[in-house]
Design a protein around this ligand. Structure first.
Ligand SMILES: *Cc1c(COP(=O)(O)O)cnc(C)c1O
Length: 408
């Protein structure tokens, strides 16, 4: 354990600058920036433009899906137009509907809860554990014991009378949540597990890729993610029937026919355009290089902060491989208010010189639209939320190092 006092904010700032190099208000550095350098992106997009296949069908879509399967080991990948839509479709496919409750952690990007709300369902917040920052199996078990009743073949929250329809853990910043244990709980209680793996492409718990522990998992290819298609997302699943239904519902539920318009359900227009899929293929070809570069970035930060008291890096959970999407610094002062004060000081200083650090998200149960949602005790999430800060983590940071003298 490190000392409980705050570090000197200037020392932290200097540490970060040793990794990211020079920046200024005119040339700011964000947490994770897109990069198509050294890829075939131009050529692949040109192919779409030349062939006219720019929309929601085309060879790049199938190729992107195949590549995602071979990288993750998923039997099926269905690409859609963003990660929020992927989540909404995944939840719908496992049966989440109006008036249901979905168990999820409050420490996530707002899209996780929004996807639940878009279906007319209600987020029910359960605490995280401080190691992976993901949904805590012990907290989930305790919460279920406290509020869940099995009535015939549905699980009901006896305090609200609503059906508990699914659990939705999140792999935060690329670190695999304890989804093996969560899966066991879901099986015991009899509800489906959907994983928000938006941040966790190329993250593994044991031999299983994130997103493949439950019924279905989702990815995001937004501009700030590990790889980007501009905007995009995917469902990963080993369930052939679910994948088939995902394709059907995301293409207006239209029966395949050369000219007839027959639709058998209220479907969506959710598929990823070929143009975006072409970018995705180009990015996936660069994935290993990006992952290697990110490992170097994490190692540099680790070296820099090893000697500094009052801060530590959020580490890779045991038996896991993290993609290290975002490197997170934790202020270790015991009192969260003390940690939060140092974090604020650092944020102000950093932004004044173009270093665009960000705190972890405001916990979702503290946002106005989710304040009244059912929740267990959320002490760990609240504590962690006041002490975590994300650092610039782009793979292209390593490109600046050759010119830098302070790394030999
Ligand atoms: C990015 C993200 C999403 C949403 O993905 P979009 O493609 O931006 O819609 C959902 N959940 C988490 C945890 C994310 O980081």
């Amino acid at each position: 354990m490190k000392a409980a006092a705050n570090p000197n904010v200037e020392s932290v700032l200097q540490g970060i600058q040793q990794v990211v190099g020079s920046c200024s208000k005119e040339h700011p550095i964000s947490l994770h920036e897109p990069d198509f350098g050294g890829t075939q992106a131009w050529a692949y997009v040109k192919d779409c433009l030349d062939s006219g296949w720019v929309s929601t069908a085309g060879s790049w879509v199938s190729r992107f899906e195949q590549e995602l399967c071979s990288i993750t080991g998923a039997r099926h990948a269905v690409v859609v137009s963003n990660g929020t839509i992927a989540l909404r479709l995944a939840l719908h496919l496992v049966g989440v509907g109006p008036g249901d409750e979905v168990l999820l952690p409050p420490l996530s990007f707002v899209a996780t809860a929004n996807a639940v709300a878009h279906l007319g369902a209600v987020p029910h917040f359960v605490d995280v554990e401080p190691n992976s920052l993901g949904l805590c199996p012990a907290a989930l078990a305790a919460r279920l014991e406290a509020i869940a009743d099995r009535r015939e073949d549905t699980l009901v929250n006896r305090e609200t009378g609503r059906r508990i329809a699914a659990a939705l853990p999140v792999h935060v910043f690329g670190h695999p949540a304890e989804v093996d244990q969560l899966r066991t709980l879901a099986d015991t209680w009899g509800f489906p597990l959907v994983e928000d793996a938006a941040e966790a492409l190329a993250s593994w718990r044991g031999a299983t890729h994130c997103g493949l522990f439950g019924s279905v998992g989702t990815l995001s290819f937004n501009g700030n993610k590990l790889i980007t298609t501009g905007g995009g997302g995917a469902l990963l699943t080993n369930d052939s029937a679910l994948a088939k239904r995902a394709r059907h519902l995301s293409t207006t539920a239209k029966h395949p026919h050369p000219w007839e318009f027959v639709h058998d359900a209220v479907g969506w227009n959710d598929r990823l355009p070929n143009l975006n899929a072409a970018l995705g293929v180009a990015q996936l070809e660069d994935l290993d290089r990006r992952l290697d570069a990110k490992l170097l970035v994490v190692q540099r930060y680790a070296e820099v902060f090893a000697e500094l008291d009052g801060v530590e890096l959020v580490g890779e959970p045991t038996d896991c491989r993290s993609n290290h999407w975002l490197v997170s610094l934790r202020f270790t002062a015991e009192d969260p208010l003390v940690a939060q004060a140092a974090r604020l000081q650092l944020l102000e200083r950093a932004h004044s010189i173009g270093l665009l650090l960000r705190p972890v998200w405001t916990p979702l149960h503290q946002l106005p639209m989710y304040m009244a949602c059912p929740a267990g005790s959320l002490g760990v999430a609240e504590n962690q939320a006041s002490r975590l800060l994300n650092l610039p983590s782009s793979p292209q940071l390593v490109e600046g190092w050759e010119e830098c003298s302070h790394f030999s």
